[in-house]
Design a protein around this ligand. Structure first.
Ligand SMILES: Cc1ncc(COP(=O)(O)O)c(C=O)c1O
Length: 379
């Protein structure tokens, strides 16, 4: 009997698994491994957000809620995007989801038909392609320029008659790049000229250093064809809360709501009250975390050249993406086994020859990691 779905069986396990398994094994053996492979802030969720969630629990917010999310949250999200991002938005254009990841999954399911093509701009985060595949679509990869990490004319070459969507992620995981107005303009023009949908993943929007975040939906004629994805994990250190959202034309939102209704109903009711507090509360907590990330970023900007490592522009998120001599998977394994420093090979992000270092770890640990890598290079 064939027991497995061919569609799911065809999806490759994440290329980060091998190194993560090796890291776990060393930790089990009692080794002091410094993990620069993590994709989540090392800060606690701000107290006022936790308090709002506890208060919601206390007053009995423990029941089913509307499938697109509690009105207080969808309104707060719409207000945020209108005032901060200059994207016209009403609550009918918003769905609250179980993390940004599930918003991406639902978005793909909502718009992709079998054999539709989705262009992903590499280096790219690991989950876009599986989400496209689960929706029955096919991915075409397009690399950014190796030096600027910006989009160029090569993107147009990836458009075919089957192209349905372009995925954009700025600031980018893994490269830390912030797309310029010009890069986003290239994407917007293609979407309008070829009648494509854009998925704009803006989850690292708040972690940006001296650059401006531009929402793709603000470009002319893009609002009606953009699914904007964002969430609470990175800006408010809320990874475990599983809360994100999408903003899209009402017709797309209605499809996503159906998928959500029959899949998970909605994000956890009292968790959504934490999201309301995050968006409507004091934003100094976000700035405090951003500043701390920036200190670490500046330390890496100074110390990576000493290690002989050239980094992609480190303008956003909390990643340094460095070019390594030789095979990135071998190099990551070597740093792990000789320096006990865990990093993620670029191969996981369709960028062999590069390595991602997360600086979501304290400055002293980061210094120790750099020292260990230096010693392993000279030793
Ligand atoms: C680029 C990008 N998009 C989306 C997500 C998913 O975030 P969430 O925790 O809200 O599901 C991540 C998480 O690592 C990410 O790096």
């Amino acid at each position: 009997m064939k027991i497995l779905s061919e569609k799911v069986a065809a999806i490759a396990p994440s290329a980060t698994m091998d190194i993560a398994d090796r890291e776990k094994k060393l930790v089990r053996e009692g080794k002091d491994v410094i993990s620069l492979s993590i994709g989540e802030p090392d800060f606690d969720t701000p107290a006022h957000i936790k308090d709002a969630c506890c208060a919601a629990l206390g007053r009995g917010e423990t029941h089913y809620a509307p499938s697109s999310g509690i009105p207080e949250l969808t309104r707060a999200i719409a207000d945020k995007y209108r005032f901060e991002n200059h994207v016209e938005c009403t609550p009918e254009q918003v769905i609250a989801t179980c993390g940004a990841k599930h918003a991406i999954y639902e978005a793909m399911e909502a718009v992709i038909n079998p054999a539709d093509e989705v262009v992903i701009i590499d280096p790219a985060w690991v989950s876009y392609e599986p989400c496209v595949q689960m929706a029955g679509g096919r991915v075409r990869h397009c690399h950014v320029d190796e030096h600027t990490f910006q989009v160029d004319d090569r993107l147009a070459e990836k458009i075919t008659q089957k192209t349905k969507m372009i995925v954009v992620n700025t600031p980018c995981n893994p490269s830390g790049t912030v797309f310029s107005r010009q890069s986003l303009g290239i994407v917007a023009d293609l979407c309008v000229d070829y009648d494509l949908i854009a998925l704009s993943d803006e989850i690292y929007e708040k972690l940006i250093y001296g650059k401006e975040h531009i929402s793709l939906a603000t470009f002319a004629n893009m609002q009606e064809r953009t699914i904007t994805v964002n969430g609470f994990s990175k800006a408010y250190a809320m990874t475990g809360w599983r809360l994100g959202y999408a903003i899209a034309p009402p017709a797309i939102i209605r499809q996503m709501v159906k998928i959500q209704q029959h899949g998970v109903s909605h994000p956890t009711t009292f968790v959504m009250w934490g999201g309301v507090a995050a968006l409507k509360g004091d934003q100094r907590c976000v700035e405090d975390m951003r500043r701390e990330f920036d200190l670490r970023r500046q330390y890496l900007l100074e110390s990576l050249p000493d290690l002989g490592l050239e980094a992609a522009p480190m303008d956003g998120a909390f990643y340094a993406f460095v070019r390594v001599p030789g095979d990135d998977v071998e190099m990551a394994r070597s740093w792990l086994s000789h320096a006990y420093v865990a990093v993620t090979p670029g191969t996981a992000f369709y960028a062999p020859g590069w390595i991602r270092l997360s600086y979501a770890t304290s400055l002293p640990r980061l210094r120790e990691a750099v020292d260990r890598i230096r010693r392993s290079q000279t030793g």
